[in-house]
Ligand binder design. Structure first.
Ligand code: HMG
Length: 390
């Protein structure tokens, strides 16, 4: 019996900034952002979206009523928690109308939370093959205005339905992981902005990739040529280039792994970092944009969460309607409104308000699920299709 990803869906907020505009506003050479970082655009998350509403919007693109009845677990990977106690998955369950007879909880380890959810989910399905598991990776990446990390911000959500009918990606259970207590990137409780030792974080990422990839090759007696594509956690596209170079030297640009990598970074270069969702947006980007990667292809996935945890694992690409996936993601990305840098800065600052009662203006946000505000410290979400508050 095989288990893995049966469906995958994506959501990002309805605004973006162009990296040339940002470079000009920050007195930087645009090529630093476009080539040096590899970023073209960046999604901007308004106050009317948080990880719960983004996750609900992503999940709604894939789930049927039948799926909702069969989901036994909702595992929410995020490092942008909405409460110090209550898991984002509780709100998600009610927004989506998933059965109450489900386990619902949140997983945190920086950008690794979604991968932890997938590994937990497939173990459950191995024992319960007639059930389904919903895994979410949703985050908002914030470093602060006029910081070196600003060009690597972004946000969004990826929703994955796991089952024993893995039409997107069958997971073969092969995996290698490595963790160590280090300070490359962290988010203190008193602020929404990340603290980061940027160049050190790049070095640790590559080190963890090399350790887990080599451990995987040794453990399963494999070599790099056994893979048809390698996809990476992409905090920004150049990071994947730095990692891939260490196993397939840059000179070999016609190598299929480089060709497929270029497909896998397309969407990320338009959305930016979405932390837990970034690896899975890259997987979507590969399968939606590559015309050369066939069903049956062997895919290697590198997951990295600062702090730090790395995992390299593998799966086999299934057969499903890739055109439909591409249409849905292209629609998400193309519908976004371009903001000026001044508009972005205003939106960014308004996302910092922390008061017990808060009314959020969502009139420009046509996403199905939005955050309306807070009343006596309780978050209120709105389903704009049914008109219901949750
Ligand atoms: P920086 O220091 O401003 O940039 O910040 P730089 O000086 O290192 O330049 C960046 C690149 O642009 C360099 O290329 C330059 O040579 C090039 P590289 O040497 O890296 O190949 N460059 C140019 N190229 C063309 N034309 C030009 C030009 N000028 C320069 N004119 C940094 C960059 C990434 C450090 C910063 O944005 C940052 O701190 N970002 C956040 C941290 C991050 O994303 N780290 C990634 C690894 S950690 C991770 O993935 C985990 C994470 O997702 C969090 C989590 O797990 O929760 C972040």
């Amino acid at each position: 019996m095989s288990v893995g990803i049966e469906k995958i869906g994506f959501y990002t907020a309805p605004y973006y900034i162009d990296m040339v505009d940002l470079a000009e506003a920050r007195n930087q050479d645009p090529n630093k952002f476009l080539i040096g970082i590899g970023q073209k655009q960046q999604s901007v998350i308004p106050p009317s979206q948080d990880v719960v509403s983004m996750a609900a919007n992503a999940a709604e693109t894939i789930l049927t009523e039948e799926d909702k009845k069969t989901i036994d677990m909702i595992i929410f990977g995020t490092e942008t928690g909405i409460d110090n106690s209550k898991a984002a998955s509780m709100y998600l369950q009610s927004l989506l109308g998933i059965s109450d007879y489900a386990r619902a909880f949140e997983v945190k380890q920086a950008c690794y939370g979604g991968t932890a959810g997938i590994q937990m989910g497939i173990n459950y399905l191995a024992l319960n093959p007639d059930r389904k598991v919903l895994v979410i990776g949703a985050d908002i990446a914030r470093y602060g205005l006029e910081t070196p990390g600003e060009v690597t911000q972004g946000g969004g959500a990826v929703a994955m339905l796991l089952s024993s009918n893995p039409t997107v990606l069958a997971l073969d259970g092969k995996s290698a992981f490595y963790s160590k207590n280090i300070m490359d990137f962290w988010r203190p409780n008193y602020t929404k902005e990340a603290r980061v030792d940027g160049h050190y974080s790049n070095d640790v990422y590559v080190d963890f990739f090399n350790r887990t990839f080599n451990q995987y090759l040794d453990r399963y007696n494999k070599q790099v040529t056994d893979f048809d594509a390698l996809v990476f956690h992409l905090p920004y596209p150049k990071m994947g280039v730095k990692a891939l170079r260490t196993v397939v030297p840059q000179e070999e640009e016609n190598n299929p792994l480089w060709v497929e990598f270029n497909h896998s970074k397309l969407y990320n270069s338009l959305v930016g970092n979405l932390y837990t969702g970034s690896l899975y947006l890259s997987l979507i980007s590969l399968i939606a944009n590559s015309k050369t990667i066939p069903a049956g292809a062997n895919i290697g996935l590198f997951s990295y969460g600062s702090g730090a945890q790395g995992e390299f694992y593998s799966g086999v690409l299934g057969e499903f309607d890739r055109k439909l996936l591409k249409q849905s993601v292209d629609q998400q990305i193309n519908r976004r409104k371009r903001l000026t840098i001044t508009e972005y800065e205003q939106m960014y600052r308004s996302g910092l308000k922390e008061t017990a009662d808060l009314s959020i203006n969502y009139s420009d946000d046509d996403s199905r699920f939005v955050l309306k505000g807070r009343a006596k410290d309780k978050l209120i979400y709105l389903d704009q299709v049914t008109g219901e508050d949750k």
